[in-house]
Design a protein around this ligand. Structure first.
Ligand code: OSB
Ligand code: MG
Length: 371
């Protein structure tokens, strides 16, 4: 496929309600939409670098710089035989996984469309529907949290994840396990604790949580191995895992028993697949994380989550859980049985709503081959 042009759009979408975590409060989500044109097809991808460097060191601005000055020039005008060739051309760029993943996603979509197959099929997915959960930010009171959870359970979501932060943790876990016996519940600390909080985690260990996500340092693997040794509850790593190598280290050191895969955090679908396959071989379940994506990123997430070892419900929720109006058609919906349909049309399988995309675009730049 001859790469004729690549467009970047900085988008900003208002969340239906603020998302509060141990990292701060988000009111709207800023990402980059990547559009690749070649051989008469259009591929779409989303880079999940955010407006702030609080979850990851990457931001919209750093990802834009890396895309514009390094990743795009390396492939623009080239006649690529597959996504792997693009990745090889950009392998010398260290880090900047979210920048890489946005471009990679657009190429996967373009190649899948050029072969007239769905992205799920091209990635090796085996499911027609994926199990979904919902990630709930820190609420201002227990009754408010219970009310939110009730609403999501009524919509069908199969599991609930709540964000926790020091002082805003055990009371929420206790209230939910009491109010909803048998609830599939997990917590996400986004690295807000240290090994000094072992007493808290010992208490939390008695509530039958499905997992505790990223309790300790955002690059840490060693301290998590010490904590996991003390707990019955599986630890799941998110922030600390950027590659297959990190995954191998975490599993061999027994730092976690579950892995959260986000293509943006590991450089794209190719690395995600390697991690997925390795985890399957080690009998480690994986689930699909989320970055409050628009429908473009969500479509890729759903396709990836259709691979066989994504055995736990993902942070993949309906479009309307995040945004009043999504930028794809049809929007993503949750079935009453807590599943989401994997798109079957070619590539990401949804159409981009250009009116909405234009509305949320705050900056746009097009890179073309010189004719
Ligand atoms: O830690 O999983 C996280 C959103 C932004 C940054 C980090 C995280 C999250 C979420 C939201 O938990 C998951 C979703 O997209 O629904
Ligand atoms: Mg997380």
């Amino acid at each position: 496929m001859k790469i004729e042009s690549i467009e970047l759009r900085h988008i900003k979408m208002e969340l239906v309600s603020p998302f509060v975590t141990s990292m701060g409060t988000e009111y709207d989500e800023e990402h980059i939409i990547v559009r690749v044109e070649g051989d008469g097809v259009t591929g779409w991808g989303e880079s999940v670098a955010e407006g702030t460097p609080f979850y990851s060191y990457e931001t919209v601005q750093t990802a834009w710089h890396i895309l514009k000055d390094f990743l795009i020039p390396a492939i623009l005008g080239k006649d690529l035989k597959d996504v792997a060739e693009s990745n090889a051309l950009n392998a010398k760029v260290r880090g900047h996984m979210m920048a890489k993943a946005g471009l990679e996603a657009a190429l996967w979509d373009a190649f899948a469309k050029s072969q007239n197959i769905s992205l799920s099929k091209m990635l090796g997915g085996t499911r027609e529907k994926v199990d979904v959960g919902v990630s709930i930010g820190i609420q201002s009171s227990v009754p408010e949290l219970i009310h939110k959870v009730e609403g999501y359970l009524a919509e069908g979501y199969k599991r609930i994840k709540i964000k926790i932060s020091p002082g805003l943790d055990i009371q929420f876990v206790e209230a939910l396990t009491k109010e909803f016996p048998g609830l599939l519940l997990q917590v996400d600390a986004n690295s807000a604790y240290t090994l000094d909080d072992i007493g808290l985690f010992r208490k939390m260990d008695d509530y039958g949580l499905s997992l505790i996500e990223q309790p300790l340092g955002y690059e840490d693997i060693f301290d998590h191995s010490k904590l996991q040794r003390e707990l019955k509850t599986p630890i799941c790593l998110d922030e600390s895992i950027h590659s297959l190598d990190d995954t191998r280290a975490a599993i061999e050191l027994e730092s976690c028993r579950i892995i959260n895969i986000k293509p943006g955090r590991v450089g794209g679908f190719t690395e995600s697949k390697l991690i997925h396959d390795y985890c399957a071989s080690m009998k480690i379940p994986v689930w699909h994380g989320g970055m409050l994506e628009s429908g473009i990123g969500r479509a890729g997430n759903v396709a990836l989550a259709s691979l066989h070892n994504f055995t736990l419900p993902g942070d993949i929720s309906a479009s309307k859980r995040y945004y009043k109006e999504d930028i794809v058609e049809p929007e993503f919906v949750v079935n009453p049985d807590g599943t989401m349909d994997v798109p079957v049309k070619p590539g990401i399988g949804v159409e981009v709503n250009m009116r909405m995309l234009d509305k949320v675009t705050v900056r746009k730049e097009i890179f073309k081959i010189n004719k």
